[in-house]
Ligand binder design. Sequence first.
Ligand code: ZN
Length: 243
Amino acid sequence: MLLTFTCNLCDARINSIPFDELDRETGLCPRCGANVRVRSIVHLVSQEMLGKSLEISRWPKNTGFAGVGIGDLGTARHKLAEKIDFIEADLERSCAGVPGTLIDRADVLVCSEVLQHVLPPVQSAFDALIKMIKPCGLLIMTVPYGFETTLEHFPNLHDWKLVRAGGETVLSNTTTSGEKETFSNFRLYEDGKLEMRVFGLEDIRKALRLAGFTEIRIAGGDHLAYGIQFRNPWSLPITARKP
Ligand SMILES: [Zn+2]
């Protein structure tokens, strides 16, 4: 069965995608390329800013609403900037110290598909995120997660590099105490980023609470009018508020 829906980024009217094929990373808009995850982010920003879900083209201009984006936002990065005061930030750099221009900046901070890649300890990333958000502002985050305890692949990462050895690429690490570690079984994403961990949902909740977030919610509802449907209970978007 084909589903008819509107892309909330570009207004394309889409009736070529089978209902069964809609999922987090699929259901790509033929015009702008937005997948279900990106459309759900736009939906959540709209809900936060306007109290209802509208296509970006129907958002008012000059609301003074400020957004910060981190990670894989697809074409949303350009579309959001057409209607809100939107800038992008680098989380890895901000872990070492959030730039003054980003402190308390965001009414809404979108962090998508980044937290699995940042260097350990990952708590410093959650601590940096909350600093960029205004009081009462909202974090919208997506990251792959399951329901087990978080699996940190390289908990002692310190001075490390990828090297070729014996016909394969290995990760060579020297810990802070000078111990040498070598890993040969790891996941590199298509963009060359290393998977540092596989999150467990409860550990995400704990990290958010420890950073100071409240109102932590799973935001995985389906909104078929915009072609938003998640077929699995894991890796759904999460929202959390800075008090
Ligand atoms: Zn589109």
